[in-house]
Ligand binder design. Structure first.
Ligand code: HEM
Ligand code: HEM
Length: 187
């Protein structure tokens, strides 16, 4: 039975829930980010951007919880893999964790440096303070392109990550994908 904490063989429910909740929200964010920057109706675009900011900041909070949980837990062993492959997996996971922080932070930097000075109110609950950054058109353009490039880079890395997971499941036929859903393969 899968419990809350990770063991050497499997992920616990907290890690599993955080993984899939954040994966779903991030895929939603990519889509929303893409759609909202191509929405002609100004009012609709504004509402979509507000939602994008609220979900993005929720993801930032979840990232902090997830990283603390990761550090407090042991890590399930990888199956027998060539050393380079195991190292690549660990590296991709570390970069994904870094992106979970850097991507929303770059969005926060972008709205903080915007000359429009529109307040950020996650789900209308509170006013988020701006980061102490230069407010100018040049700074806004800089952070917008940083956010965009990190966003597109993250999409590429997530695709690689998903392909690797599918390869483990359908080709190598190991437990890697199953243990991320709390199941295991029956022989
Ligand atoms: C994991 C979280 C996030 C993801 C995956 C994400 C992703 C994206 C993507 C894909 C775009 C469209 C880029 C383009 O093609 O032009 C975008 C734009 C944008 N994002 Fe995010 N974002 C995240 C968090 C945030 C946060 C926390 C904020 C602000 C508090 C934010 C503010 C914005 C803004 C204002 C734009 C429009 C930029 C422009 O006008 O070019 N994002 N985001
Ligand atoms: C935005 C989307 C995603 C992000 C940011 C993400 C991030 C991560 C991270 C950081 C880990 C390492 C967990 C740890 O060891 O602490 C991980 C593990 C994993 N992810 Fe994702 N993931 C995403 C989507 C997906 C999807 C769609 C799939 C499935 C097709 C998937 C399958 C897996 C599997 C199977 C593992 C476990 C690897 C292992 O046991 O070592 N992920 N993911």
């Amino acid at each position: 039975m899968t419990v809350l904490w990770n063991t050497e063989e499997r992920y616990g429910w907290v890690a599993i829930l955080l993984h899939w909740l954040m994966a779903a929200l991030i895929l939603g964010q990519f889509t929303l980010g893409f759609v909202m920057t191509r929405t002609d109706d100004q009012r609709l675009a504004f509402e979509r951007i507000q939602l994008h900011k609220s979900i993005g900041l929720t993801l930032l909070a979840l990232a902090a919880v997830r990283i603390v949980w990761r550090l407090a837990n042991r890590q399930p062993h990888l199956p027998d893999l060539p050393r380079a492959e195991a190292r690549a997996a660990r590296m991709v996971h570390a970069v994904l964790y870094a992106l979970l922080l850097v991507l929303p932070l770059s969005g926060w930097a972008l709205v903080s440096s915007s000359v429009l000075e529109i307040p950020t109110m996650p789900f209308g609950l509170l006013v988020l303070p701006n980061l102490p950054l230069d407010v100018s058109e040049a700074a806004e353009a800089f952070w917008a392109s940083v956010h965009r490039w990190i966003g597109w880079g993250a999409i590429a890395l997530v695709c690689l990550h998903v392909l690797a997971a599918l390869r483990h499941h359908f080709w190598l036929r190991d437990n890697i994908l199953l243990r991320m859903v709390g199941a295991e393969r029956r022989e």
